[in-house]
Every structure is written in structure tokens, then in C-alpha cells.
Design a protein around this ligand. Sequence first.
Ligand SMILES: [Zn+2]
Length: 235
Amino acid sequence: MELSRAVKLLALLAAAAVFVRNLPHFLGERAWDAVSLPYRMARLTARPADQALGMPVQGVRAGRVADTWHAPRAPRRLHEGQDIFARRGTPVLSATDGVVVNIGDNHLGGHTVTVLGAGGRRYYYAHLDHWADGLVFGQPVQTGDVLGYVGTTGNARGTPPHLHFGVYGPAGALNPMPLLARGEAAERQIGGGAVHQVARQAIRMNPKRVFTRRFRQARGRHPDLIDNSPNTGGE
Ligand SMILES: [Zn+2]
């Protein structure tokens, strides 16, 4: 009696495992992304936040980005991010692994994408000229995936094309600059190859040794500033 119950339970568990394993196949990729979104979000939130980011505009070096963090913006707000200038249509790349949690339009940001990353951080990409083909809510993305293209939508109309890049932790807006500098330092330490891939692998391999001195230098130049004021959605 006991044995047959155990066998039935095992058979049930095995069937459940096979079912879950094949869910993406049964549902199709898009539906699977939607169904698994809460799980992905919970898992991302539980992971420690990224200490280095990929450059979100193709072909731009972190050292060439003028630091405009907390520059005054009318009326009575501060710039809660970095503006990264590039030719219109330059690919905008995800700075992290994560899931797309918003694709939308707003008055300041124009065409925007928000990606939830590790540690519950939200990465905000604004003023896009247009979105990447087929980009959908709930889509998992990896560092370096194309989210859209540099433009002048929202309150960037009439300015040179740029990406407004914002990073929001649980406590508020963070300066993206030190995170970008560390990503680039990781690439320099390891050598050629795609900055995004290298930065990510470096963190996994050995977070302490890989970054060492350059990390400290980057941190010294750009101390992490945490803004606890309410998010004004400043662009
Ligand atoms: Zn901006």
C-alpha cells in the first residue's frame, strides 16, 4: 500500500516535470514569456544588482559621455540620468540582462523602454526614434540586445539625437556613469570582444580581481549618488 502510493506520487511528479519542461513548446515562445514573467521578475529581483553595465548606445565609449547627472532641468527638477549622444538611428542596446516591463510613450521621454534587471533595478531608455522590431512586453533580454534606436522623441524634439538613460534602484535614481565606467574598465582589462559579453562574464568569473584598481578609480571619480527624492521621471 505504502509502496504503491509512493510509486504513484513519483509518476505524478515525473509527469508534472515533463509537462513543465515542455510548456514553452505547448504555449509558444511569446505565451511562455508572458506566463513565466512573474517568475522571471521575482528571480531577477532576488539577484544582486549589476555592478557594471554595458554601454547602451552602440559604438560609444563611456569616457566620451559628458556627465550631466543632476544637471538642473526646468522647472525645478534635476537630471536623473545620462544623455548619450549619437547619430539618429544608432542601435540602443540593453545595458543588462532582464525583462522588458514597459514599452510606451510619455510626454518627457517620448518612445521609451523600461527593462527590469537584477536587484529589482529598472533601466529606462528614452527619446527612441523607434523601437526594435518585434519587441514586446515581458520579453527576456540579454545585455547587448537591441531595444530601439536613438532619436529625439518626447522633450528631446529639436535637440541633437540622444538616448536618455536612467537607472532606478529601490531607493530611487542612481547615477549610471560609474556603472558604465566599470563595464568599460572590465572590457579593457580583459581585451577585445563585445563589451557587453565581456563585462558580464567578468563579473561572474571573479568580481574582485577583474576590476581591482580600475574599479576603485572609477568609483572615486564617480561616487554613487542615491537620490531619494520622488521619481519625477526627469529626462
Ligand atoms: Zn536626459
